[in-house]
Write a protein that binds this ligand. Structure first.
Ligand SMILES: *Cc1c(COP(=O)(O)O)cnc(C)c1O
Length: 390
């Protein structure tokens, strides 16, 4: 079956006794067993049955199974935020004395998780230019535990060659971990690109319009110890599993993902094209524009859409703030892929607590505005930006 169909019809592990069509929300901390032997089975990982909702919950497991069937992965683990998924994925491989090869062009909190929090536990970071494959080859050494990359960086909108990154990782028997939040996993095959662990902030497209926080770690099975470490160690010890209620909403979100994404990415392309013609806008950065430097590489890896996020530059920071203050329809908020279009000035918000020198090295510019395109008619969004610039 096609993914669009699987997103709706993936069968639950057990038929609901009442015949519920959507997976019920199992709001129960604990689950009962028939025997001591079954209890032992569940606690040692031999028996796949819910025991305690910090480790397994049927509603959460249903979302995980759907994602596994949609991606062709070997397992999916659902966490209570994108950051929790990223943290769990990294500590599956990292340990004191090891290093992570990555770029400075990362989601702000991922940057400070790797460069700050994990560093306090002895994990080193090598921030390099991942679009320069010779630099990656030089950086990976015997102590490297993974290569970590985002598929389209935000807000720089940069794309690396994932097959080349995967080749280097696999020569060293380490994983390529990729944050694929910006383009849904239904649109391309992370597995075919050589990505071993995919992490996704399901808060974004999958939640179905900013309904809830969530994160997914999708395991493509190259490393045998991963499933055991996550299920038998990290879920127990870090306690970051998704809540049943969020899993319910995100399962519904997954069912409508294709329809929403098709419209949102088409809207983003239409808006990117139109904004280039607006007087006062210096430049528009969207990987889906044919003259974008990453257009071909992005298409060859992630298919014919480029997501629903774009950035544009105005002459000064003051101009950016004025525009943001003057939009009427577009909402001033962080987050991506809400049903409504959102606007933000990344340098003064998401990256506002970073020293100016760090922002410069991350290429987060004072003159850049980020737009997350929603489901409104694109003309209304374009007109709102035009009137705000006026
Ligand atoms: C939002 C986001 C995250 C963090 O996800 P949360 O669900 O907010 O914790 C990580 N990476 C990318 C690319 C994101 O857009």
């Amino acid at each position: 079956m096609k993914q669009q169909t699987l997103a709706i019809h993936t069968a639950p592990e057990r038929i609901d006794p009442h015949g519920a069509l959507s997976m019920p929300v199992y709001h129960s901390a604990a689950f009962e067993f028939d025997s001591a032997a079954d209890m032992e089975g569940a606690f040692t990982g031999r028996l796949h049955k819910a025991s305690y909702s910090r480790v397994v919950n049927p509603t959460v497991a249903y979302l995980e199974d759907k994602v596994t069937s949609l991606t062709g992965a070997t397992a999916t683990y659902a966490f209570n935020s994108g950051m929790a998924a990223i943290h769990n994925a990294l500590v599956t491989f990292a340990e004191s004395g090891k290093n992570i090869v990555t770029s400075k062009h990362l989601f702000g909190n991922t940057f400070s998780l790797i460069g700050g929090t994990l560093r306090r536990f002895g994990v080193k970071a090598k921030f390099i230019d991942l679009t320069d494959i010779s630099k990656v080859r030089e950086a990976v050494d015997a102590d490297t535990c993974c290569i970590y990359a985002e598929i389209i960086t935000n807000p720089q909108m940069e794309v690396a060659d994932f097959r080349a990154l995967a080749d280097i990782a696999h020569q060293h028997n380490i994983p390529l971990i990729a944050d694929t939040t910006i383009i849904p996993f239904t649109r391309f095959s992370a597995k075919d690109l050589g990505i071993d662990i995919e992490v996704v902030s399901s808060t974004k497209y999958i939640s179905g319009g900013a309904t809830s926080l969530g994160g997914l770690m999708i395991n493509y099975g190259r490393f045998d110890f991963v499933d055991k470490r996550v299920r038998m160690e990290l879920l127990y010890n870090l306690g970051a599993i998704m809540t049943p209620h969020a899993a319910y909403m995100q399962t519904l979100g997954l069912e409508t993902l294709e329809a929403r994404y098709a419209m949102q990415s088409a809207n983003a392309l239409a808006i990117a094209k139109a904004l280039r013609e607006v007087e006062g806008i210096e430049s528009v950065n969207y990987v889906g524009l044919e003259d974008n430097p990453y257009y071909e590489l992005s298409r060859s890896q992630f298919g014919d859409t480029a997501g629903a996020m774009l950035t544009f530059d105005l002459p000064t920071r003051e101009d950016c703030w004025k525009l943001i203050d003057n939009v009427k329809l577009i909402r001033r908020a962080t987050n991506l892929f809400d049903n409504r279009t959102l606007i933000i000035h990344p340098a003064s918000t998401i990256f506002g607590n970073f020293p100016a020198s760090v922002r410069r090295s991350m290429q987060v510019n004072d003159t850049t505005i980020r737009l997350s395109v929603g489901l409104e008619h694109p003309e209304d969004i374009i007109n709102d930006i035009k009137q705000a610039i006026q």
